[in-house]
Design a protein around this ligand. Structure first.
Ligand code: SF4
Length: 350
């Protein structure tokens, strides 16, 4: 895999040299102003990072923000494929990420060389890739999709067009069921959504019979078949906010619940359980690498920093542009949070 993240140099400030008395929030605020930076955070980030961010959203929201920003620096609090996407869409900006090791199990499950061979074996198939993949796999794809726009994009393709879908087999299978399309699926999975337990979910539901189950389509079918609602993180947030119900079981990375509680403080949100009956294993181990300290350090050190060769960037941009062209407009699609100050997810629900 081509390395796209420049690590901090030996002279860089390290975690062990941060002044323990420093007011990190205030320093990050100062750096953001001085650098003309925008901080983008995914819904799966820790609450304290979500609270500091200029925009919080899902992959599609954040791609749109990255493409449209006028800031000189994008600080991307998420995982590597998201920061890469920001750089591909905004090559003239400096793109920083708090931890160079913040990858993704879906990205790891789809090595570019193996994906190239897979494509070559099916030359008549259109390659749709979930945005959770490396820049190299994007460059080998025809259209990128997110969980917000995949169904619309697939429905826009001619019925007789064969499709292969990578890298998430659960999302691919869900989309095949929803759209009635027979798609070839790459066998990747997300470690977070894969670990939810059907048995424990039913046990939890029996204790909370009124609770409505909202699930992300990266979950296996055994979980999705019990869900009252299936959607992207933005769609899940919109659903629970608009719903008249009061209690919800949430089957995705549990940090999304932070925005749900802000949007609907009177409602109850219960994280879906893993096989041991707890939700503790549902935190994304890659997203968790990002901390406030590392966010501060990446702004001080201007690294880890995403750098992508022109050839790779241009090749990876084409399928992302196709995604943007084929996506429903933001307002009609999912809720895209408004910029701070005063970020309030309720404001986005029609
Ligand atoms: S939650 Fe899953 S898909 Fe999302 S970044 Fe983590 S490992 Fe990747």
């Amino acid at each position: 895999m081509i390395e796209t993240v420049i690590a901090p140099g030996p002279e860089a400030l390290g975690l062990d040299r941060i002044d323990p008395t420093l007011d990190l929030e205030r320093e990050i605020e100062r750096l953001r102003r001085d650098m003309n930076a925008v901080i983008l955070a995914h819904y799966y980030q820790d609450e304290e990072i979500q609270e500091l961010a200029d925009f919080v959203g899902d992959s599609l929201d954040l791609s749109r923000r990255a493409a449209a920003t006028q800031a000189d620096v994008i600080v991307f609090c998420g995982v590597r494929f998201m920061a890469e996407t920001a750089k591909i869409l905004s090559p003239e900006r400096i793109v920083l990420m708090p931890d160079a090791e913040a990858g993704c199990s879906l990205e790891e499950s789809c090595p570019p060389d193996a994906f190239r061979i897979f494509r070559e074996k099916h030359p008549d198939h259109l390659a749709l890739s979930y945005i959770n993949c490396s820049a190299e796999v994007k460059a080998l794809s025809d259209i990128i999709v997110t969980s917000s726009n995949a169904e619309t994009i697939i429905d826009s393709l001619p019925q007789d067009q064969p499709i292969l879908f990578a890298p998430d087999r659960h999302l691919g299978a869900y989309l095949a069921r929803k759209t009635g399309r027979d798609m070839l699926l790459w066998p990747g999975t997300c470690v977070v959504h894969e670990q939810f337990s059907e048995r424990e979910l039913l046990r939890l539901k029996s204790k909370h019979p009124e609770a409505v189950i909202s699930a992300h389509p990266e979950c296996p079918e055994a979980i999705l078949c019990h869900a009252d609602h299936v959607g992207s993180t933005s769609a899940m947030l919109k659903f629970v906010t608009a719903s008249k119900d009061r209690e919800f079981i949430i089957a995705t990375e549990p940090h999304l619940i932070h925005q749900m509680k802000k949007a609907a403080p009177e409602k109850t949100f219960i994280p879906a359980p893993g096989a041991d009956g707890t939700c503790s294993c549902a935190n994304c181990p890659f997203m968790e690498l990002n901390t406030l300290e590392k966010l501060y350090l990446c702004m001080v050190n201007m690294a880890p920093r995403v750098e992508i060769s022109d050839a790779l960037r241009i090749a990876a941009r084409k399928p992302l542009d196709r995604m943007m062209e084929l996506s429903p407009p933001a307002a009609a699609n999912t809720d895209t949070p408004e910029p701070k100050p005063g970020f309030d997810p309720r404001a986005n629900v029609a």
